[in-house]
Design a protein around this ligand. Structure first.
Ligand code: URP
Ligand code: ZN
Ligand code: ZN
Length: 506
């Protein structure tokens, strides 16, 4: 409930006070008020002085706004395809699901410069976003100019993470290209995110399936078995080891990849892992349902089975995973630019990959993770807000509730019963894969830098309220062995850069 005091009420110290709530961070749970002035958290305490706006959070949880560090919005697509969500609808949907910062991708097209991709992406975002945003880069053409000039310059300007694809013909890089990019990440303090699936194996299996007439959406999962993800994950780990720099394995789907990551952790490697709701709540069976409807759940890697869902939950509970992101990749189902290219039900290889999930990421994980006792509230906050902010150089401005942090806050009704229906969501996609799921808990107020953008019933924010956030060089990307170097000769080859790194990060 929000109460406005008359202007001129001059004993007030704060623009806003959130009162009587249970505040949780990645490490603490406390009963306190939150005082906000100038878009920042300026006080945490009992009985804070009156404010211009009072928010009563009795019986509510007051959590850091979510940081969704893997989502795709208005990303340029091959001819004939278009994402349903742009910055306007995508960030509106984020706000209504308790997310206050998104990090989508400025994707390089082969033959184009990285800088051009970033400039174009800013044009798409400018004045459109309702929540704050930063950009990852996607590097598809690591030319000498990109490796030596563009990427280092962009990292210095606040684009400190980039995604590397091992699959998709128009994006995949070979191992040599990946090693060269990882060397740039190491030298300049960026974090590389790797999509780990073996492209040649997928192509081989896809050809075989098609030759047998198996083209329905369900065969997408058959064409990308776990072995394909396992092999690529192991290879990515090896490339990370050789180049002596941490990486993040994105959208990990199940046991096989998890075993590889555990193996690397067991060897002492600094390596991060991300998973997504689709690997906790969907299975490959969802791709095989009546006729073409399975296209709604076509994403890569594909969802696996219930046993694998349990393995992913275990990895969340025991700390194997660093972050949970949505991988929101919004293609409408009944759309000639979406899941039915050209208006046709096409063989699975032509179905655009990806599912929507920006707005449902936090409620699903809260309900089935925290409410069911699989995760603590602190783990939930860490996985969905604090860790992504740290991993991408946005912490402590983002991802926590602390004095001096941006007042990016989601106030939750932990008992609200919700049946997920696409019509209640705020994205522009014509379906949700979670239609009909009954969950408990939903964010009832979302504040971005102190401004209410969602009040649980109405969207209060406007396009343009969200601001671009330059990312710092993430400390988590620091090579474990920056001083000794596991690849000693490599270290000796670049004494200046590494000495500077060591000075910046003692
Ligand atoms: O299927 C997926 N995940 N589509 C989005 C693009 C990506 O690889 O993350
Ligand atoms: Zn990917
Ligand atoms: Zn993605």
């Amino acid at each position: 409930m929000t109460r406005n005091l008359p202007r001129g009420f001059d004993v007030q110290r704060f623009d806003t006070v959130i009162r009587h709530g249970t505040v949780a961070t990645a490490s603490d749970v406390m009963q306190c008020d939150v005082g906000i002035t100038g878009g920042r958290i300026v006080a945490l305490g009992q009985n804070l002085a009156p404010a211009q706006r009072e928010i009563d959070a009795r019986g509510r949880l007051v959590l850091p706004g979510g940081v969704d560090a893997h989502c795709h919005l208005d990303q340029p697509m091959p001819e004939g395809l278009k994402m349903a969500d742009d910055f306007r609808s995508g960030t509106r949907s984020a706000a209504c699901g308790g997310t206050t910062t998104v990090i989508p991708f400025a994707a390089q097209t082969r033959g184009e410069s990285l800088r051009a991709a970033v400039d174009d992406y800013h044009r798409r975002a400018d004045g459109q976003a309702m929540v704050d945003y930063a950009f990852h880069l996607i590097v598809t053409d690591p030319s000498e100019a990109v490796l030596r000039e563009e990427l280092p310059a962009l990292i210095a300007e606040g684009y400190t993470s980039f995604k590397i694809y091992m699959t998709y013909d128009d994006m995949r890089l070979d191992d040599g290209q990946i090693l060269r990019l990882l060397s740039v990440a190491r030298e300049h303090g960026a974090l590389a995110m790797i999509h780990a699936e073996n492209a040649d194996c997928i192509a081989w299996l896809t050809d075989k399936l098609e030759a047998q007439g198996h083209t329905a959406p369900g065969y997408h999962a058959t064409s990308r078995p776990m072995a394909i993800e396992r092999e690529a994950t192991h290879r990515a780990i090896t490339l990370s080891e050789l180049s002596d720099v941490p990486i993040l394995i994105v959208h990990v789907s199940g046991r096989d990849a998890i075993e590889q990551i555990r193996w690397a952790h067991g060897r002492g490697m600094r390596l991060y892992a991300e998973t997504c709701p689709q690997y906790l709540f969907l299975t490959a069976d969802d791709l095989g349902v009546d006729g073409y409807h399975g296209a709604k759940c076509v994403c890569s890697p594909p969802p696996r089975d219930r046993a694998n869902q349990r393995v992913v939950w275990d990895g969340l509970a025991d700390g194997l995973f660093t972050i949970v992101s949505s991988d929101h990749a919004p293609f409408s189902y009944d759309d000639p630019q979406g899941k039915k290219p050209g208006g046709q039900e096409v063989p699975f290889r032509y179905i655009p990959n990806g599912i929507p999930g920006l707005e449902t990421r936090l409620p699903l994980l809260f309900s089935e993770g925290v409410r069911r006792g699989r995760l603590t509230l602190n783990q939930f906050v860490a996985l969905t807000a604090t860790n992504p902010a740290k991993l991408y150089g946005l912490h402590p401005r983002k991802g926590t509730i602390a004095i001096g942090a941006d007042a990016d806050i989601a106030i939750w009704d932990p008992d609200r019963q919700v049946t997920i229906r696409n019509e209640m969501l705020h994205h522009a996609v014509d379906y949700t894969p979670y239609e009909g799921m009954q969950i408990t808990g939903w964010p009832v107020t979302t504040l971005v830098r102190g401004q209410v953008v969602w009040d649980g019933g109405e969207v209060q924010g406007r396009a343009g309220d969200g601001r671009f956030q330059a990312c710092g060089r993430p400390d988590m990307a620091r090579p474990k062995s920056v001083h000794e170097g596991t690849v000693g000769r490599y270290v000796l080859e670049q004494p200046d850069a590494l000495a500077q790194l060591a000075r910046e990060r003692p």
